[in-house]
Design a protein around this ligand. Structure first.
Ligand code: FAD
Length: 292
């Protein structure tokens, strides 16, 4: 099913993101995580692709997407980045995805990793989107967007103009970078709509359950921390259970406000933690079901 079609339904779309485990940690736990996530009835589960460069074998992304789609019967999106791929390697990945019946791709540029040489076939996610669309093989393309502006963009206007190119190249659904201040998302969404970006935009929500982890994420992606969250981190950051409860509640509050404003969908960065995903799902399921 094309992910964009999910947004034609009445309810607010609710999805999860997982990452393939690092080579040194076991692959088995990810399957039990996926089984647990499936039981929460998400609209789809997406699987990241070698975040940070070439770190993780792409076969694992495809294997996990295939498991989600073919064994669990849940819709899936395979993330795919292009800076370190050639047209030939993308063709091979498309063949494999096709073979496994995985037809939804989150087309990404990927982050620059100084340890690897960048290939020359693709510069931007819109180049990858255009390339995949030109193949006419029935793939549906999603794209990433940045409520607080992509770190390399000169400003919001340029970033949104570039996002429009990505949508015009064929992306028919967007997932946002994480953010902790809903007003930032509402302002971005309004600017995107004014710029003629009319595809569904899912809000990316990262439950803050670990102070150190969030400090690392924020330094990587540039998300701002509102005073309310900063206070929570200061007060509970060193107490694992208190921080986890506070982070889950903060994420639920964000989702309730987003849903009340009619957001198209909510995408949870699960960090492969089914316990956190379950508590959030339980906290918001009736709210999301009640319609947009
Ligand atoms: P692009 O859309 O290409 O944008 C990158 C920069 O180039 C922006 O500053 C943009 O304004 C500019 N730009 C875009 N098009 C043009 C143009 N035509 N002309 C001039 N400038 C342009 N990374 C991974 O490695 N693996 C993952 O699985 C992964 N999943 C992600 C999921 C989500 C939801 C998000 C938000 C990010 C994810 N990332 C992932 C991170 C992503 O790869 C980085 O944020 C990367 O730096 C940008 O990727 P992009 O696809 O948004 O790039």
């Amino acid at each position: 099913m094309n992910i964009a079609d999910l947004f034609k339904k009445e309810h607010t779309v609710f999805s999860f993101e997982v990452f393939p485990p690092k080579k040194e940690s076991g692959i088995e736990t990810i399957y039990s995580t996926l089984n647990e996530l499936k039981n929460l009835n998400p609209d789809f589960i997406s699987v990241t692709y070698g975040a940070g460069g070439k770190g993780v074998a792409n076969a694992t992304t495809i294997d996990l997407c295939s498991y989600i789609k073919n064994e669990l019967g849940t819709e899936t999106i395979a993330h795919l980045s292009c800076l370190y791929n050639t047209k030939e390697s993308i063709d091979r990945i498309l063949d494999e995805l096709d073979e496994k019946g995985v037809k939804n791709i989150l087309a990404l540029r990927g982050d620059v990793n100084p340890d690897f040489a960048i290939e020359k076939d693709f510069k931007y996610a819109s180049d990858l989107t255009e390339y995949i669309m030109s193949k006419n093989r029935g793939f549906n393309i999603s794209g990433a967007c940045y409520p607080e502006v992509h770190q390399e963009a000169a400003n919001m206007i340029e970033d949104i103009q570039n996002l429009k190119k990505k949508v015009d190249s064929g992306a028919d659904h967007l997932i946002s970078q994480l953010f902790f201040d809903n007003q930032v998302f509402f302002d971005f969404q309004e600017k995107a709509r004014i710029a003629g970006i009319n595809v569904p935009i899912e809000a990316g929500i990262m439950p803050v359950t670990n102070k150190k982890q969030i400090e690392r994420m924020v330094s990587m992606c540039g998300a701002s921390i509102p005073a309310k969250l900063s206070k929570v981190l200061q007060r509970f950051g060193d107490n694992h259970e208190a921080m986890r409860d506070a982070g889950i509640s903060y994420a639920i509050d964000q989702i309730i406000e987003l849903a009340a404003h009619g957001v198209d969908g909510v995408h949870i960065y699960t960090m492969n933690d089914p316990y956190v995903a379950r508590r959030i799902s339980e906290g918001v399921k009736n709210i999301l079901k009640s319609g947009k």
